[in-house]
Structure formats: C-alpha cells, structure tokens
Design a protein around this ligand. Structure first.
Ligand SMILES: [Zn+2]
Length: 407
C-alpha cells in the first residue's frame, strides 16, 4: 500500500472498489462486504489502511436497535488533491481539485504563446503558480492534462498542433513533480467526465462532441475509451465534408467539418455572405451577433445555421452508424449559445440514421460548462482511483495512480 499504485495487484483493485463504495455511500463494514462481495476480514483489513491513509474516517455510531452499534465509514474528499491542466485554447489553465472533482483553488492561467515556445517549461511554471494555495505535494494524487494536439502514446510523445517535433511532456512533468501524470486529448478527457457523471445510468456507449472554436469528439465504446493506435482516435473535426472547401488551418486539408460548423467557420461564412458586417476580429462576439440575428428571424442568419445543422448532422449520422452509441452528448460554444439548434439537429440525425443504429439512441446537450476540458483533466486522475458500479472505463489511463500517493 505504501508503494505506487499497481492495478495488477488484487488487493489494490479491492481497495479501489471499497473506496468507491464508501465514496458513493457512507456505510458500515458489513454493508460494504455485502455491496462489494468481499469477505468481512478483507474489508476490515483494507478499511484499516484507508483510515491510516486518511481516505476515510469513522463517522459516528449508526442507529441500531440494541447491541453493539456499528461504525459508519465516511469518505474524505480532501484526503488528496488532483491537479487539472488544460492546454486547449488561447490560454493554458490549471486548477487544484479534491477527490470529488470540485475545484478548491482559483484557476491560474498562462499564455498559449509561452506554451508554443517551451511546452514542458511553461506547463511546469503554470502548475507552480498553484503553490500559493499552500498544499503539500505529498497529498497530490496526480496531474491530469487535457490537450489539443496529438500523441504517440507508445513512445510517450505529445505533439503540439501543427508541429512535427514531439515533446516528452508526461515524462518532464513526472520527473519534475514526482507524481503520476495522465495526458489525453481534450475531447477524450471530456467524454470521460461525461461518462463518469452518468455511470449510475449504466451507459456504456457514448460520444461527446464539442462544437466550439474547434470541433472534436471523444468516444466510449463498451465502457472503454477509444484511443486508437497512437492515442488520436476521435478527431471528428477533421472529417471532410466539403471537397472544395476551405483549407483547415489545423490539418492542412480542405473542407474539414471544423472549417464549416465551428464558431470560426460560421462567423467567417456569415461575413463572406454579408450576414455579418461587423469585423472586429473577435470570433465569439461575431458568433453571438449571428445568434441574435437568427433569433430575430433574419433569413440569411437562419440559413447559416440550417447549413450547419445539415453538415454537422451528416457527419454525426456517419459517426453513429459506425459506433452505434446509445447517447451522443453535444457541448461547446455553438450549442450552448444557440441551443435552438439541438431540435433541428436531433430531427435531422434521427431521420437519416441507419434504422438499427437509431434504436434507443438519444442526443443530449451537455450542461454548459466553460471549464469542460479542465473538469475532464481532473477526471483523468479520479478515474484511476475509483472503480464504480463494476462499469469502470478500463484502460482509460496511461499511468497507474497509487492510492497512497507518492511511493
Ligand atoms: Zn482539418
């Protein structure tokens, strides 16, 4: 238990199972044995260690009709901290969270320009800004990093968007901070967060599609995060939808979905069509203007969104026919600022899917969360600590996290 996490050890799996059960419900040892199928002596031995490690406490004496009153065991969310980092947008961000995933510090930020100049160095500086919250590194369970860019996971390389030279970001962070580090594409981190939040519903096949300044997706198939050969599966934004379309600045190809339905693509098209005359350079302001024009019934603005529904809808139909999900969750600036789009999109998709792919299929809008990728980053570590509902997202993490923190 005092060594770093090793998921191959049966005892460690049992520890995570028990910790998850106590986190979900304050329980007695007998209730835990019943809920997990472990023997009472095994439960007793693991509970003793979890109390020593500070993950759980004896809560109070339970109400009991005579005889010896059983002790209740309660989970302690701030027994350890998790550092979440998002390298997705114009700013890099980091935050300190507890084991329930709640942010316990302010979000600190850095510039993406610094990131481009020195990937590992700028992320180390960003994380060091969190030290003003006075936490002890001994109590940090790990660092989760959600990134825009791509991976070569077998060789532990991260590639900044558009770069050929790989960075050993994971190794550099582990060497510097001496805690486990997990890196994922930001949409993979987000789908993990969605999935963890919906575990009680038993959902095992879902996609999260982010439609914002970029377009990306994360896919969970049969309770497994789909990562692909090198870790780059789910690049939905680079599905080609217009053969003679615009050049995609991210991948260099023509007519990627992202060039059409992202806020950038929509605003550019609206400006070219004369729907938007305002050109203040700020995409978000331009997009909100386009939304207000559509809401006021401007036919050209409505046409912009109709085309977006068709294009995104066609791409979604392909995704759904290939993966047969039970749930597709859409998030990002485009759907959150213009949720009216969801009805038209759902109708389009359900009317065009292969009939067997559409059975039981739901399309939902994710709750608006401007820190969706930062929450996802924190979940990358949380997922390594808990084993909820026997429905764990196996293989979702590329490192193992020690329940005892640092070895
Ligand atoms: Zn592209």
């Amino acid at each position: 238990m005092n060594t770093r996490w090793d998921s191959s050890k049966v005892r460690d799996i049992h520890t995570r199972l028990l910790l998850s059960a106590i986190r979900e419900k304050t329980s007695t040892r007998t209730e835990l044995a019943r809920a997990t199928g472990l023997s009472l002596p095994t439960v007793g031995a693991i509970v003793k260690i979890l109390i020593e490690e500070g993950y759980i406490v004896n809560e109070k004496l339970g109400e009991y009709g005579g005889g010896r009153k059983p002790m209740l065991l309660r989970f302690v969310p701030d027994a350890r901290y998790i550092i979440g980092v998002n390298l997705g947008g114009a700013k890099t961000q980091a935050v300190l969270a507890d084991l329930n995933g709640s942010f316990v510090s302010e979000i600190v930020s850095g510039s993406s320009t610094d990131l481009e100049k020195n990937v590992s160095g700028s992320v180390i500086s960003l994380i060091e800004q969190l030290q003003k919250w006075g936490f002890s590194w001994e109590r940090v369970a790990g660092i989760g990093v959600s990134v825009r860019g791509c991976f070569d996971i077998p060789n532990r390389y991260y590639f900044f968007p558009g770069e050929q030279e790989g960075h050993r970001l994971q190794d550099d962070l582990e060497d510097h901070f001496q805690v486990p580090v997990v890196l994922e594409r930001n949409a993979n981190a987000a789908v993990l967060s969605e999935w963890v939040g919906r575990q009680a519903t038993g959902v095992r096949n879902l996609a999260f599609v982010n439609v914002g300044k970029g377009v990306s997706s994360g896919i969970v198939t049969d309770a497994q995060l789909c990562r692909g050969f090198l870790g780059n599966a789910g690049e939905f934004g680079h599905v080609v939808v217009e053969n003679a379309g615009k050049i995609c600045p991210d991948c260099g190809q023509r007519g990627c979905l992202e060039t059409v339905v992202s806020t950038v693509g929509l605003v550019e098209a609206a400006r070219e069509n004369g729907v938007l005359v305002l050109d203040d350079g700020d995409v978000s302001v331009g997009f909100l203007h386009l939304v207000s024009l559509a809401r006021s019934g401007d036919p050209k603005a409505l046409q912009c969104f109709e085309y977006a529904v068709q294009t995104l809808g066609q791409a979604l139909v392909s995704l759904i026919n290939i993966m047969n999900p039970e749930l597709v969750v859409l998030g990002g600036e485009v759907v959150w600022c213009y949720p009216e789009l969801m009805d038209a999109l759902t109708e389009f998709v359900l009317s065009r899917c292969w009939p067997y792919s559409r059975q039981g299929l739901r399309l939902e809008m994710a709750p608006e969360d401007k820190h969706v990728f930062l929450h996802g980053a924190v979940t990358l570590i949380r997922d390594s600590l808990f084993v909820p509902h026997n429905n764990r997202l196996a293989g979702s993490s590329n490192v193992n996290i020690g329940i005892a923190g640092r070895g």
